[in-house]
Design a protein around this ligand. Sequence first.
Ligand SMILES: [Zn+2]
Length: 283
Amino acid sequence: MFNSRVGTSATLLQSLTRRTIPRQARPFLFPPSTRLAPPHLRRRSFASSAARPNTKTDWRAMAENDITQYLRQTHDRVFEHNCRWAADCKAKDPDYFVKLSAGQTPEYLWIGCSDSRIPAEQITGLEPGDAFVHRNIANLVCNTDLNVMSVITYAVEHLKVKHIVVCGHYGCGGVKAAMTPKDLGLLNPWLRNIRDVYRLHEQELDAIADDDARYNRLVELNVYEQCRNVVKSASVQQSFAKNKFPVVHGWVFGFNDGLLKDLKVDFEGMLKDIQKIYNLTES
Ligand SMILES: [Zn+2]
């Protein structure tokens, strides 16, 4: 069923197999702290920080003192950015935080992957207060996961969100790991949910000869199935019967062009379909 030639996500495996950082005598050069730079030269983006070691080899090349310094810098940098962000917000609108403190009425519930490259607000232009966000590996909605089910219930019943978006992404390490015949320990039961998606669509997926195309299609089918799981929830079914919202959407983000693809999930058709078996609208 699965193709063993498809490699497990390097990122995922690195995080699974990262070992204690070894001692090394060779020093590592760091960029000067942004705190020392004049304001007009300070970096505006955390992601643009230079000289960040990103391979196992880089870590092994670092002396213990350098590692300590690097950890302090990467910690402090977040607070520097936070101070600048808060000051910018206040400069644009002196009442910004007064309004933010008043409460939230988000229009969207975003269920996305934990992948660090897909920040929900930044890729959609949404502002703080616009989206209630839940993220986990491979954007899964499992009915035994108290976390995601609590998020959905709260978002629908209390925040009255109008849209629920399940957003997957091409190149998802979780999906790729699930396509790999390996024992990943604690991740096995989580990734089993994606293997179940493969089983449900085995015929279609097995008919795709190209490895990348089959992987991309599994990403999309996983989003479809997680949308279906959202629709199966009592809160969504009952709210839609009463209010005609929320509507459930399935999207996929692409790293190649930074664009979101709308899978155009037929929400009402899906709702009608699942209610034959999963109808929870009667109390
Ligand atoms: Zn992912």
